[in-house]
Design a binder for this molecule. Structure first.
Ligand code: UDP
Length: 149
C-alpha cells in the first residue's frame, strides 16, 4: 500500500490542530502506521529540506520548524501521496482552496500548519529520514473491506 510522510508543524501543534488533522486523514480512510512527537534536530531539518537550504526563505523556515515540537506521521492508502497533497492545499494558504487543511486553517506561507510529501519517491526518502523501518506498524484496518472495492 502506498505510504506518505505527513507532519503537523509547530504552529499546528501550538494551535491545537493535531487531532483535527489526524482526523481528516483517518476519516478519508487512510491508515495511520507510525507517529511521533518531537522537536526536529537541526541536522534532520537540513536533510529534510535539502532542496531549500540555499533559498532566501530557508533561515526563517529553519527557525520556524525548530521553534517547537512537530507531530510526525506515516499514513498509508491507495493514491495517498496525491490525495493527501490535495487535502493539504496550496503551499501559500492565501491561495489554498476552502476545504483543504491550509485553506481552512492557515493564513500565511511561513505558517502553513502541515507538511506532506510531494511524490512517491519523496515520501520514501522522507519516511527514511524520520522513521526507522521497525517504527512502522503493519496491520489491516477493520473497515478496509468497506473502503476498497
Ligand atoms: N516556505 C516559505 N516561504 C516560501 C516558500 C516555502 O516559508 O516562499 C516554506 C513553507 O513552510 C513550505 C516549505 O517552505 O511549506 C517547503 O516549501 P515547498 O515549496 O516544498 O512547499 P510544500 O511542499 O510544503 O507545499
Amino acid at each position: 500500500m502506498e505510504q506518505t510522510f505527513l507532519m503537523v508543524k509547530p504552529d499546528g501543534v501550538q494551535r491545537g490542530l493535531v487531532g483535527e488533522i489526524i482526523s481528516r486523514f483517518e476519516r478519508r480512510g487512510f491508515k495511520l502506521v507510525a507517529a511521533k512527537f518531537e522537536r526536529l534536530p537541526d541536522a534532520r531539518v537540513m536533510e529534510h529540506y535539502a532542496e531549500h537550504v540555499q533559498k532566501p526563505f530557508f533561515p526563517g523556515l529553519k527557525a520556524y520548524i525548530t521553534s517547537g515540537p512537530c507531530f510526525l506521521m506515516v499514513f498509508a492508502g491507495k493514491n495517498i501521496v496525491k490525495i493527501s497533497r490535495d487535502m493539504i492545499g496550496a503551499t501559500n494558504p492565501a491561495g489554498a482552496a476552502p476545504g483543504t487543511i491550509r485553506g481552512d486553517l492557515a493564513l500565511e506561507i511561513g505558517m502553513n500548519v502541515i507538511h506532506g510529501s510531494d511524490s512517491v519517491e519523496t515520501a520514501a526518502r522522507e519516511i527514511g529520514i524520520h522513521f526507522k523501518p521497525e517504527e512502522l506498524a503493519s496491520y489491516t484496518r477493520i473497515d478496509e473491506q468497506y473502503l476498497y472495492e
